[in-house]
Design a protein around this ligand. Structure first.
Ligand SMILES: NC(=O)C1=CN([C@@H]2O[C@H](COP(=O)(O)OP(=O)(O)OC[C@H]3O[C@@H](n4cnc5c(N)ncnc54)[C@H](O)[C@@H]3O)[C@@H](O)[C@H]2O)C=CC1
Ligand SMILES: O=C(CO)COP(=O)(O)O
Length: 309
């Protein structure tokens, strides 16, 4: 779909280092190259930067970010998170891990409904570039935006990262629902209640309500909780079909961020008083061996409640 690619070369080409050579790192690199920027990849075992660059993109699984950054000196450039998840033991978002390890405060995240494979095929999509530093959000927007990859900007960094992390947990729930053949009504109802839950949790964690109704919240939730292309959805689907967690993860063979994020939500966030029945049941299924049908029944048999309670 080259005809809907960038219209013209950028005013200035930016040098971008991408840490992580997986699906999403490569897809993000392809967009930057398409937009006329210079990109190069570095392996996660690196201990020194091979050359100068102006922006660092992190595209490695969230649980490996801390150990990877610790091996490297802090670069004097902004850092853009491409990852989606929360760190086990701290509950940190990706940009919080970066600040913790490197002390960097020029931080941004790019997050939205963006399957790497579709981006690589040149199909159109939209996403959000977020930073508390509005000039940095605008810079990231400008770097990635083109006619087939529409980038919106936001100053709600926390909300964008939290939506991207939590949708993975709810993606597992979506896969369970489909795997159990509960029907389209159940799937739409579940997804809507997951959005309510995501918003309650996200507000407590510093995000803004409108962010969860946007691309990085609802948009990515729709994608992940309803598509077999999603690894998180597939995990739930396999579990509902009687496949063990170990075997399902082996079959998927790539990072399933919803698993560690479910543990982090349960154990590391100050959200014990927030109603989060879906995330609680996903945790019990994954880490306590609770039977999936029992979990679904427990969700359905809760007391009737006001919709916005
Ligand atoms: N694949 C997709 O469609 C999208 C993925 N993401 C997010 O991007 C992040 C990376 O996902 P993918 O690129 O899909 O994963 P992937 O499994 O395709 O690649 C992960 C990459 O991480 C690096 N890596 C592997 N083991 C490592 C270790 N022990 N320590 C440090 N780095 C290691 C390698 O470069 C590897 O290629 C995840 O947080 C994911 O949620 C976000 C949007 C879309
Ligand atoms: O984040 C993604 C798409 O926006 C990728 O989802 P999965 O990690 O579930 O495959």
């Amino acid at each position: 779909m080259n005809e809907i690619g960038p219209r013209e070369a950028p005013e200035r080409s930016t040098s971008v280092c991408i840490l992580g050579e997986g699906r999403w790192g490569r897809a993000a690199g392809a967009i930057l190259t398409e937009n006329g920027h210079t990109t190069f990849f570095v392996h996660h075992t690196l201990t020194a930067w091979p050359r100068r660059f102006e922006l660092l993109c992190l595209a490695i699984p969230v649980q490996h970010i801390r150990e990877t950054l610790r091996r490297l000196p802090a670069p004097a450039v902004p850092v853009l998170s491409l990852g989606k998840g929360l760190e086990i033991r701290t509950g940190f978002r990706v940009t919080e891990i970066v600040r913790d390890v490197w002390g960097t405060d020029r931080l941004a995240a790019l997050s939205g409904p963006n399957f790497a494979a579709e981006i690589q095929q040149g199909l159109p999509a939209a996403t959000v570039a977020a930073s508390q530093d509005e000039a940095l959000a605008a810079r990231v927007q400008q770097l990635f935006h083109n006619r087939r990859f529409r980038v919106y900007r936001s100053s709600d960094l926390a909300g964008v990262e939290i939506g991207g992390a939590l949708k993975n947990v709810y993606g597992i729930a979506g896969g369970l629902c489909t795997g159990l053949e509960l029907g389209e009504n159940a799937s739409a109802s579940l997804l809507t209640r997951c959005l309510a839950e995501m918003t309650r949790l996200g507000l407590r964690l510093g995000g803004r309500a409108e962010t969860f109704a946007g691309l990085s919240g609802l948009g990515d939730l729709i994608l992940t909780a309803r598509s077999r292309q999603s690894r998180n959805f597939l995990l739930g689907y396999h579990l509902a079909r009687g496949i063990s967690l170990k075997e399902a993860l082996a079959r998927i063979g790539s990072v399933v961020e919803g698993v560690p994020t479910a543990a982090s939500v349960r154990d590391n966030l100050a959200v014990a008083d927030i109603k989060k029945p879906v995330a609680d049941e996903i945790y019990r299924i994954l880490f306590e061996g609770k039977a999936i049908r029992r979990s679904m029944l427990d969700l359905l048999e809760r007391e009737a409640a006001p919709e916005n309670g």
